[in-house]
Design a protein around this ligand. Sequence first.
Ligand SMILES: N[C@@H](CCC(=O)N[C@@H](CS)C(=O)NCC(=O)O)C(=O)O
Length: 224
Amino acid sequence: MKLYNYFRSGTSFRVRIALHLKGLPYDYIPVHLARGEQHGEAYRALSPDSLVPVLDVEGQPDHALLSQSMAIIEYLDETHPEPPLLPRDPLGRARVRALAQTVACEIHPINNLRVLKYLAGSLGLDEAQRAAWYNHWVMEGLRSYERRLAEIERQRAQRGLPPSVYSYGDTPTLADCCLVPQIVNGQRFGLVYEGIPRTLAVYERCMQLEAFQRAHPSRCPDAE
Ligand SMILES: N[C@@H](CCC(=O)N[C@@H](CS)C(=O)NCC(=O)O)C(=O)O
């Protein structure tokens, strides 16, 4: 497999984590977003929306090019079921997807590179205004994440279970693949995390795992 991605891209980071958790080797193909390589003709031929990541699943009959990090991770989970990134039971799957989508649908899309560039460029927001936008929407989403974790903790306590080790249960899931890159992205923007102790504890525990460490932007071949 080939992963077209960028070290600082949170959505690429999600897929790298999933690949490492599953022990799947891949070729790292850098697409330099800051230099605009995603808009070049060559890359657009691979990605109609000019976004990373794209996973090239070689060896498939149609030489499949997969886009959208969540779809890619679910594909990997279905084709390489161990270790599972989604629980076996439908209720558990719905809860993990809800956590993952809190990041993937509520936080990331309004804070990604092209949105921040539009705020600063086309709308003329200054640095402080852009930072206020970013901080507001990221923290709004992470506080929701924290409330979801508290609710899961309460449900587990009712069943006599201790709090989860990771976002949902005792093994990393799709939710953790989304959470960790979001936290790392906020660190880069100097975001001060307050009032989300469960979320930060999950982040710390994930970062103790080799799969998360190896997927980290600082370990990428194109890291600057
Ligand atoms: N929903 C997409 C979002 C992908 C996305 O926003 N990728 C960003 C990097 S994290 C990107 O390629 N940005 C290019 C740009 O802003 O021009 C996914 O989950 O894969």
